[in-house]
Design a protein around this ligand. Structure first.
Ligand code: ATP
Length: 314
């Protein structure tokens, strides 16, 4: 199943929660939605599953090249607010949700058992949900969401409340869904997990797309200039390399390390011998920041940009 999100905007009374977002989400791929609290991830997810409608733009769903209207049976949706019956047992909850989906318990009992085993809940299947930790409830909700095995899987914060072991379980489950050709969309705050998992990402802030694409495309957008960490005599290097044409800026990291931002990729390799003639270089390596650092840097830069422009206005 393919989702095309075309220039979609969603406004609530005083906020534009989603502002002109476009995405092309392909089968067999995992698309992550990232952003700080209030960025608009859940608002976008709710439109993807048809709970709310865009004010502008459109969301098109295609199955095998044909345009379709999504029905309840076509997709799995893990909402931000989990809705399970606290007084009923795990098994009752799962059976009930399966029946709502039109599944016969006898047909899926072995699937349920497999899921419970996988998430280490077998021994607790007859206990009421209210006795479960937040993480275990989250696991039950995830099982309930995936039981009917649809082509499109949309998960709002699937890792929240889970310990690292269970986060890995969920990561494995999502990888398997991708391998089986499912279309997966998820929102998350756990950058290290998303970096390992997602094929494409949308980084949002205040409803807008800050960057999108693969990790490399996001890096290229947010960190367009090449940055290298160089091990050398830092002070001597700062003094001697000043004025070198290709160097945009330098920063002393420690007595033995400087960070150099070049103005372009071209010609860096040939430049090292020239720089080393002036000050000896022990080592150099490009900096490839992870998603976590890129994300924090970008959000901070945007926040300080907004503060500066507000101060300039007042
Ligand atoms: N039903 C609503 N009515 C009014 N405003 C809303 C509604 N839902 C969301 N908002 C506002 O829209 C903006 C985006 O909220 P949304 O919940 O989509 O963000 P989010 O990225 O999912 O945040 P979080 O990571 O905290 O879940 C916020 O300013 C929020 O207050």
């Amino acid at each position: 199943m393919r989702l095309s999100v075309n220039n979609v905007t969603k406004r609530y009374r005083t906020v534009t929660a989603v502002d002109a977002i476009s995405l092309d989400i392909q089968p067999g791929k995992i698309q992550a939605l990232l952003g700080p609290n209030g960025a608009g991830k859940s608002s976008l997810v709710r439109m993807l599953v048809g709970l709310t409608q865009p004010d502008e733009g459109e969301i098109l769903v295609e199955n095998n090249g044909e345009s379709i209207e999504l029905t309840y049976h076509d997709f799995a949706y893990l909402p931000e607010d989990r809705g399970l019956y606290q007084d009923r047992t795990i098994l009752d909850n799962l059976s009930y949700i399966a029946s709502l989906r039109g599944l016969k318990l006898s047909d899926i009992r072995s699937d349920i058992d497999n899921w419970l085993e996988r998430f280490e809940l077998t021994d607790r299947k007859d206990e009421p949900l209210r006795q479960m930790s937040k993480g275990n409830q989250q696991k039950v909700q995830l099982i309930a969401t995936l039981l009917h095995d649809p082509q499109l899987v949309i998960l709002d914060e699937p890792f929240s409340g889970l310990d690292p072991v269970n986060q890995e379980h969920v990561l494995t489950v999502l990888n398997e869904l991708r391998e089986r050709g499912k279309t997966v969309v998820l929102s998350a705050h756990q950058m290290e997990l998303v970096e390992r998992l997602a094929d494409t990402m949308l980084l949002m802030n205040k409803g807008r797309a800050v960057a999108q694409g693969s990790l490399q495309e996001i890096r290229d957008t947010l960190l367009p200039k090449p940055v290298y960490r160089v091990t050398t005599n830092a002070q001597l290097a700062l003094d001697s390399w000043q004025g070198v044409e290709q160097i945009e800026s330098m920063r002393k990291v420690s007595e033995e390390q400087v960070e150099i931002t070049f103005d372009a990729d071209a010609g860096i390799e040939q430049l090292w011998p020239t720089l080393a003639q002036r000050v000896s270089i022990k080592a150099f390596a490009p900096i490839q920041p992870g998603l976590h650092d890129l994300y924090l840097d970008t959000i901070r830069r945007q926040a300080s940009g907004e503060r500066n422009s507000k101060e300039a206005q007042s």
